[in-house]
Write a protein that binds this ligand. Structure first.
Ligand code: PMP
Length: 353
């Protein structure tokens, strides 16, 4: 039986959230299931409003000119939506991973994109630094955490132009000044809820500046004017995201979860560094607190290690095919006990070898 789910996403959710969500499937409001109520019903409009305000509250962005939206199409749709809404002449992108590369490819459909820096030739094992962002660009785009490679931006540049950030894998996991960003987006399925909705937090005053016509479903301004209800929203995904954000708030918010996340990541990285059987993939100073990537140095031990993982109830630690090895994804809902279980198996392997 699986007890420790290290999946990169969709991933582990808090047990209490799952319980509330399953109860709502049977009876959410006056005998009706959350799956069958109208999105225009008073009870769901309240859920949507609460989800939008919780997102801003947790990020410390209330009353600062930002709006939160729960859209569909995954973070991948944001790759083109960002360009459609913000790109007039030229934009700068930091190419720090496969998802950043895909964002660049989508934006290039519309206009001229400049890579301010790239770590592609090193298979993205570090975060590029020391680049310039020209003042006449429409915006600068970066990826705060590279899920596949296990690298994370620890500092963000002082951008002279609006800064857009794909935070799909580390939103709500650490305390940073979120107001340095003008647009943040994140798929729900790692730290916020089930797959099916994408959080977009945007500073309203950066919108409405491009000359192109924007199709309705791609238009942030239109979604804002309709309270994120321009069309039928993904009701269940928004509901479970709201519950997860409430869970985080009740725990003490990002400040409290960050401490837990630091304990989890220091535990796994110290094992990776001390155990001669394993080697970290990412450059040390850029190591991600949420996705730890590592390889097993002795291929002959692979089968033994993987059998031990199964026996310990640990699942989904296989690395992405472009990196190989292993990846432990340690999102907000993954407990310290799960990381302890994994580290125990790693050190037991060393004693067996
Ligand atoms: N950006 C990052 C950093 C991701 O990790 C992912 C998915 N793993 C995506 C974008 C793509 O997200 P989606 O599948 O929701 O389109």
């Amino acid at each position: 039986m699986i007890k420790h789910n290290f999946s990169a996403g969709p991933s582990v959710l808090p047990k209490s959230v799952m319980k509330q969500a399953s109860e709502a499937v049977l009876n959410f409001d006056d005998g009706l299931s959350i799956l069958e109520i109208s999105h225009r019903s008073k009870s769901f409009v309240e859920v949507m409003d609460k989800a939008r305000s919780l997102a801003l509250e947790l990020l410390g962005l209330e009353g600062k000119g930002y709006k939160a939206l729960f859209l569909q199409g995954g973070a991948s749709t944001q790759f083109l939506m960002v360009a459609l809404n913000l790109l007039e002449k030229r934009a700068g992108y930091l190419n720090s991973g496969t998802w950043a590369d895909k964002a660049i490819k989508e934006a290039r459909i519309y206009d001229d994109i400049y890579e301010v820096a790239s770590s592609k030739s090193a298979n993205y094992n570090y975060i590029p630094k020391g680049y310039e962002i020209p003042e006449d660009y429409d915006y600068f785009h970066c990826t705060s955490n590279n899920t596949i490679f296990g690298t994370q931006m620890k500092n963000f540049p002082k951008s002279p132009v609006p800064m857009v950030c794909d935070m799909s894998s580390d939103i709500f996991t650490r305390q940073i000044d979120y107001s340095q960003f003008d647009l943040i987006y994140a798929g729900a399925q790692k730290n916020m809820g089930p797959a099916g909705t994408t959080l977009v937090v945007v500073k309203e005053d950066i919108l409405g500046k491009v000359s192109r016509k924007i199709p309705s479903m791609m238009d942030y301004k239109l979604h804002i004017s309709k309270g994120s209800m321009f069309n039928t929203p993904p009701v269940f995904a928004v509901y479970v995201s709201m519950l997860t954000m409430q869970w985080l708030k009740d725990l003490g918010g990002i400040k409290a979860i960050e401490k837990e996340n630091e304990k989890k990541s220091s535990l796994i990285y110290s094992e990776i560094d001390l155990n001669p059987l394993f080697k970290g993939f990412a450059a040390k100073e850029d190591r991600s607190n949420v996705n730890a990537t590592f390889t097993l140095e002795n291929e002959n031990l692979k089968e033994t290690f993987e059998t031990m993982l199964v026996e310990a109830g640990i699942s989904n630690v296989n690395g992405h095919r472009s990196v190989g090895g292993y990846r432990a994804s340690m999102y907000n809902a993954l407990t310290l006990d799960s990381v302890k279980a994994l580290v125990e198996v790693m050190s037991e392997l060393e004693s067996k070898a």
